[in-house]
Design a protein around this ligand. Sequence first.
Ligand SMILES: Nc1nc2c(c(=O)[nH]1)N[C@H]1C(S)=C(S)[C@@H](COP(=O)(O)O)O[C@H]1N2
Ligand SMILES: [Mo]
Length: 263
Amino acid sequence: MPLYTPKRSPHRPEGFDGKALIGPHRDLLHDINRRGVLRGAVSLGALTLLSGCDISNEPHLQSVLRAISGWNDRVQAWLQNPNKLAPTYTDADVARPPRFNAFYTIDQVKPVDAASWKLELAGQIADKAPWTKDALYALPSETQITRHICVEGWDYIGKWSGVPLRPFLERIGADLKARYVGFRCFDGYYGSIDMATALHPQTILATHYDGQPVENPYGFPIRLKTPLKLGFKQPKWITSMEVTNVYPGGYWEDGGYNWFSGV
Ligand SMILES: Nc1nc2c(c(=O)[nH]1)N[C@H]1C(S)=C(S)[C@@H](COP(=O)(O)O)O[C@H]1N2
Ligand SMILES: [Mo]
């Protein structure tokens, strides 16, 4: 028995007719592909696959496309910036509480036991000793107020604090020339990012939201936070981290979605 019941299936719904549906959205899709930030054609099928969007639900589909298109615009703006820093916002913009999402509903979220929880390390890392929550929470921390964007067609501004990934990788003796950093999660979710994103100053292992420890539905005790990637690239309730040259894939990516999904 799986622990969690997926709220959507990584398969095309029966009777999927991409051509008929694409009509009214042709311009938006064309726009997204022309700007090409997603690196590879975005098809309506891929979008519905990821978002679990009911493709007969036109308003929803439209909002998904708009969210991606808007995100593309912002990404373009960052690319003009030599430091490639994502925009940051003010305290007044912060959503309280944050908005929950997972591949199952919030009532199915299982508690992580703080005392027995450990961050396991694997792959091209010199010091693979596991980390306790207290040891991680004691490391120097940085705060960012950035926008979280989910391909389902919504976003919010959040205030996340935590351990910047780069100095953490250096500290544990990770091979910074490896290609991927992969994560496994308490709920069976998994994901991976490219090393450039892992080393970016706005990529952190978030321990706090709005000054309080990250609450359970949002990934206690640590979750990845980076404004350079879409929401699904930011695993919550991380239990292990691996540095590797072997493509680790991800929960949605293995269902056919764009792995890069970011800057
Ligand atoms: N472990 C785990 N991490 C996950 C997910 C998940 O289902 N399980 N969903 C992802 C998606 S699609 C989004 S949009 C964000 C939502 O993060 P939030 O609940 O903090 O807003 O978590 C991401 N990380
Ligand atoms: Mo998401």
